[in-house]
Design a protein around this ligand. Structure first.
Ligand SMILES: [Mg+2]
Length: 388
């Protein structure tokens, strides 16, 4: 089997004004992603998703161009059933033969950033093809199911002190969630305001519900430590990205100051960034985004780190249904996976991009056994929302 073409499309789906949320990233007026299509000479096609930003917004034009102009030519004519080999071809480019023969990486430059996002999207698509070629779900190729279902947490929580309780309870009513995540950090103005919002959230939710907070990396170290101290009584399940991903030592300092579990990883690329998080003892929970970190191939290596160092795995799954399915495949086969993210922002990429609905029942996502990623792309939807 040979790869005959690799195409990418920037999808931009508008969010109605009344449903748009506001955070430190700005007003979420649209949901954006890059859909990757890999075609083969045997008629099988695979889909992947790549992201130019961790959030919903962001121009994807350079990412589309990286995939089609830089990465695709490296793989045309290659057999898509060997994703680990293809990963080396993309990461080390013209020096890939050394990577494959010497057993270490030889990147030509694109070690991070949109090059890695592009690699991620293509990697996902070739795993999709590999699974379909064997009539097997990807999780079966990754070692088989450790989990038949996983709890999902409702990811949202932008409202102010007065509205946050009702907003989070609304999520609980929608899908029977037992865990919810809210945003904190610089968008609140100061630490005291964030603390008041967390207190209001805990009071509304009562004791039986898990509550996580996400600062999007926006505190400095002293603010993050103060926040941890002041919310110590509200039983947070984790504190996500307390400080910038560029300040891993600072993240370790925050972790050393608190017994609230620290989660991070959505802004990291490759196993090498996650190795640094481990070595610095910066986190308790890994959150790789498979549309950013290097795809399923790299996700497997990151999950192995989590298992080796006894950390939790809770991938960043804020995006479209394709990357959600990829994250679910990895979680299914990873003992360290314990919960999955389910975005509660208005997001047609979750619900309309593919024919198979992502359903949460009693707060759980069922892991299904359809071949490959198990998604059927809605081509009319893709046509309608592709940015020309
Ligand atoms: Mg986050």
């Amino acid at each position: 089997m040979k790869i005959t073409s690799i195409k990418a499309a920037w999808l931009q789906v508008p969010i109605p004004e009344e449903k748009a949320s506001v955070s430190d990233f700005g007003r979420n007026v649209s949901f954006n992603t890059t859909l990757v299509l890999v075609e083969t000479d045997e008629g099988l096609v695979g889909y992947g998703e790549a992201k130019a930003t961790v959030g919903s917004l962001g121009n994807q034009r350079a990412l589309v161009s990286t995939i089609e102009q830089e990465l695709a030519p490296l793989l045309i004519g290659q057999d898509p059933r060997h994703p680990a080999r293809l990963w080396e071809l993309m990461y080390s480019g013209s020096r890939a033969q050394f990577a494959l023969s010497r057993g270490r990486v030889f990147p030509i430059l694109g070690r991070r950033g949109i090059t890695l996002s592009g690699i991620s999207g293509i990697d996902m698509a070739v795993w999709d093809i590999r699974g379909q070629s064997l009539s097997a779900p990807i999780h079966r190729l990754l070692g088989g199911k450790c989990h038949d279902r996983l709890p999902a947490y409702a990811s949202g929580g932008w409202a102010d002190e007065r509205g946050i309780g009702e907003q989070l309870l609304g999520y609980v009513r929608q899908g029977g969630f037992r865990a919810v995540k809210m945003r904190v950090g610089v968008m609140d103005g100061d630490v005291a305001s964030s603390v008041r919002r967390v207190r209001a959230a805990r009071q509304a939710l009562g004791d039986g519900m898990e509550l996580m907070v996400d600062a999007h990396g926006t505190y400095n170290v002293t603010e993050a430590k103060r926040f941890c101290r002041e919310v110590a009584d509200y039983r947070l399940a984790w504190f996500e990205e307390p400080v910038s991903a560029d300040n891993k030592r600072g993240c370790a300092e925050v972790r050393a100051s608190t017994d609230i579990p620290i989660a991070a990883g959505e802004s990291e690329f490759t196993r090498f960034d996650f190795r640094d998080l481990v070595e610095l003892r910066a986190v308790d929970i890994f959150q790789p985004d498979l549309a950013i970190c290097g795809g399923i191939t790299e996700g497997l290596r990151i999950a192995a780190f989590a298992e080796t160092y006894q950390l939790g795995l809770a991938p960043h799954m804020w995006g479209g249904a394709v990357m959600f399915s990829a994250g679910l495949q990895l979680c299914a086969a990873s003992p360290s996976a314990f919960i999955v993210e389910y975005s509660l922002l208005h997001n047609p990429l979750h619900h309309e991009l593919v024919a198979e609905p992502i359903t949460v029942k009693d707060g759980q996502v069922i892991i299904r056994d359809r071949p490959g990623l198990g998604v059927t792309i809605n081509e009319d939807f893709v046509k309608k929302y592709t940015v020309g």
